[in-house]
Design a protein around this ligand. Structure first.
Ligand SMILES: Cc1ncc(COP(=O)(O)O)c(C=O)c1O
Length: 337
């Protein structure tokens, strides 16, 4: 655990997060990028690559697809290796997916949501239908009844699980309820499961939406080592697309993006998903300690109303009557500091 106490100065280290306010005394927390060093297994694997000294065009690590298949198998999803499509990030394919959706299709976007899901349709001149989420028992969740009444046949849904910014982990029952709606309305889903290895509570489990057999062919799922193992700068993620038709369309539309994951990211992904789990378990313990400290601090402020996250290292804090207090700038707090 001492590992996570180590403070490292990231100023002047080409950090997008820290460079934004470099001349001001501001702790930057505007992007999901931790200030922890990645595990030794990643550093060693990268060292071997660096030491080789020749950095030509690359192919993917031989063991990678087996590792990714095993990774999803542990989550209860038996995938085929050729369903995997490597990408340089999750953020970029959000644009190519929007571009792929027929102009006449209804696109449902539960809000709040990661910014690219709103920026991409604006950029591409696409209409979307926002579906405000509801807070139930302190959890920010999709209103399934509203979704059922809003969704037309053959629409698209942007789904994030665990949800960012609320940190909601949808239960197996909730996933099954959602799957029924998807099946009934034949909805196609972009399922962003990037934060699925950052579940803070031991009794909660991630259920991949694509693992529900009846809707397998309706779902494009995204995963990455970037958030959990703090390697977003190495540009690597992967999609799992069981439907041949959807996979073909996605690949065609994302030419130039797919199969362009960075080799350092592929090495980090392969190493993290095979040897990084003990480090991840320690990280979760540390994040829980930080969360408790932060919640205790926020307790002192009557008009700060945090949504206690079940996952992720982000904390969403609602500020009631912000004009009456001086700390109205606290909107989103990341809990690793
Ligand atoms: C829910 C969600 N999706 C996608 C991204 C972007 O991921 P990437 O760095 O792989 O583009 C983020 C980054 O914070 C995120 O929180």
């Amino acid at each position: 655990m001492k590992l996570f106490d180590k403070k490292k100065n990231r100023r002047n280290s080409n950090s997008k997060k820290w460079d934004r306010y470099h001349s001001k005394d501001i702790l930057p927390m505007w992007v999901a990028d931790m200030d922890f060093e990645s595990p030794v297994c990643i550093k060693n694997a990268l060292r071997r690559y660096i030491e080789h000294g020749i950095y030509g065009y690359h192919s993917e690590p031989k063991e990678l697809r087996d590792t990714l298949k095993k990774y999803l198998n542990k989550k209860g999803w038996n995938i085929k290796k050729d369903w995997i499509v490597l990408t340089p990030s999750v953020g970029a394919p959000i644009y190519s997916i929007y571009d792929l959706i027929p102009k006449t299709s209804q696109v449902i976007v539960p809000t709040p949501i990661y910014l690219n899901f709103l920026k991409a349709p604006k950029h591409l001149g696409r209409k979307i239908e926002k579906l405000p989420m509801k807070t139930e028992n302190g959890r920010l969740i999709i209103d399934f009844k509203k979704l059922l009444s809003t969704a037309r046949k053959n629409s698209w849904l942007m789904f994030v699980n665990p949800q960012n910014p609320g940190g909601t982990v949808y239960s197996k029952n909730e996933i099954k309820e959602l799957a029924k709606i998807i099946n009934k309305k034949n909805i196609t889903v972009f399922s962003d499961e990037l934060h699925c290895d950052l579940i803070l509570k031991e009794n909660l489990k991630h259920t991949p939406l694509g693992s529900i057999k009846e809707i397998e062919n309706n779902v494009i799922s995204f995963y990455s080592a970037s958030k959990t193992f703090n390697v977003p700068g190495l540009n690597c993620a992967f999609a799992v697309i069981p439907s041949d038709k959807l996979r073909g369309a996605f690949k065609k539309n994302a030419q130039g993006i797919i199969d362009d994951a960075n080799i350092t990211g592929l090495i980090a992904l392969s190493s993290a998903f095979s040897k990084g789990w003990k480090w991840r378990d320690d990280l979760i313990k540390y994040l829980n300690l930080n969360l408790q400290i932060l919640l205790k601090t926020l307790d002192k402020y009557q008009n700060a109303d945090p949504i206690i996250p079940e996952a992720t290292y982000l904390l969403w804090v609602k500020i009631k009557n912000p004009k009456q207090k001086t700390y109205n700038h606290i909107l989103r707090i990341m809990v690793w500091v």
